[in-house]
Write a protein that binds this ligand. Structure first.
Ligand code: ZN
Length: 110
């Protein structure tokens, strides 16, 4: 592991969201002619993350795509107001996790 990767942390190769194991793949941020920072593909159980994002942007993007997967898992729309909700939740949850490490430890206790 490089020094940069150690400092920044490593994105898990796979994340279980509900009953589905999603593969996390780094890409150039282009698919079918569309440009993205992150993309969740329900049919392929994949989350694509663009390379070289700012580390905070990358984490918010990952949470955003996880929320897309959660919405898809229960057949909720991912557009319009729901997409705004996903954006709000991704940023807010990331801030909550960052600002409250004791809460995260508490939630992880079994
Ligand atoms: Zn989105």
């Amino acid at each position: 592991m490089t020094k940069k990767a150690r400092k920044r942390g490593v994105v898990p190769a796979e994340i279980k969201i509900g009953p589905i194991n999603y593969k996390i793949c780094r890409t150039d941020g282009i698919r079918d002619g569309n440009i993205f920072d992150g993309l969740q593909i329900y049919e392929e159980a994949k989350i694509l993350l663009k390379d070289n994002l700012d580390e905070n942007v990358e984490r918010i993007t990952l949470i955003h795509e996880i929320l897309h997967a959660i919405f898809d898992n229960v057949s909720l729309s991912n557009t319009g107001k729901n997409h705004q909700l996903i954006g709000l939740l991704a940023t807010t949850l990331y801030g909550l996790i960052l600002d409250n490490p004791e809460l995260v430890k508490y939630l992880q206790k079994k």
